[in-house]
Write a protein that binds this ligand. Sequence first.
Ligand code: SF4
Length: 346
Amino acid sequence: MEKRCLALYSGGLDSILAVKIIQEQAVEVIPLYFCTPFYGFTALRDPEAFRETHVQRYGIDVRVKDFTETMIQIIRTPKHGFGKHLNPCIDCKIGMLTEARYLLKTFDASFVITGEVIGQRPMSQRRDSMRIIEKESGLTDLLLRPLSAKRMPVTLPERTGLVDRELLFAISGRGRKEQLLLAQRYGIKPEHVPNPAGGCLLTDVMIAQKIQATFERYSPELPPREEMILDVVGRRFQLDETTVFVVSRDEEENALLSSLRYPGNIFFKIADVPGPLCIFRGVMHRDTLLKAAGICLRYGKARGRQGHTALYGSDPYAMNQSIEAPVFSNEYCRTFQIDEGTHTSL
Ligand code: SF4
């Protein structure tokens, strides 16, 4: 067996420690970071910057893998169901580990590690779920969890002496005390210790609602990734059964939306006065166009006679069409809004 392994790297403390523990045993570790619009969106948008941050903070050189297409399929029919909201954690882990297994050959690696800790998460880190994950990803005997290894059956890399089991750990449960001590031992600065779990937008009730509506809108087909991305930014409005409209909430989202120049996305903004950047996606006809313009104008800072014209086009920096429209009231806008539980169109 090669003294090289792959790691399922989440950027959380446990996965950082798992990498460090195995590196300490002179095994080369290649960390894989699977990202989607729901988890790891920053890395999805700028993999190089993400890589750089993790090299600088932790000395860990990550390979960023876009997992969006697989995740869309998983969300439609997760064999093991959902967690509290739209998070199919067991299937998600199985999917990532299956891809890691395929990559073993590519990287000439012999096994896979994760930062999982028995009993830490209600759904995917119970002992029985961990066994299912191992089995269904095809990694039984090749999946090592360094933080909890001593509470689990011996794996092949331990049996063959590639990894010394005695130097592994028997951590379990939700506490972080032992992990924080390990972080100190590996010289991780306190300000760089990641906060405990979180960050997967599929566990957010509002976002889950938007994603669910998108799946329903495309059913029986799968929604494209461009739609999924629009589900995780801005305020979202449903103009009719086929058309959505997203309005940025601040400067940062303005910048983000302007980078989403996918076929089918039409940008809107208010002519001449400051206001948000918006994206229209769906079927454009007089009714949807007027609704989009009315919502866009509502979020402008114009007063009096100004702010009644919206510009639109496929290039956010050169919108070449315009429409005059009435400015919608706040209450009327909310009848189209999906992400505050007021969605009525589906
Ligand atoms: S929270 Fe669950 S669904 Fe989200 S990335 Fe983690 S394992 Fe996957």
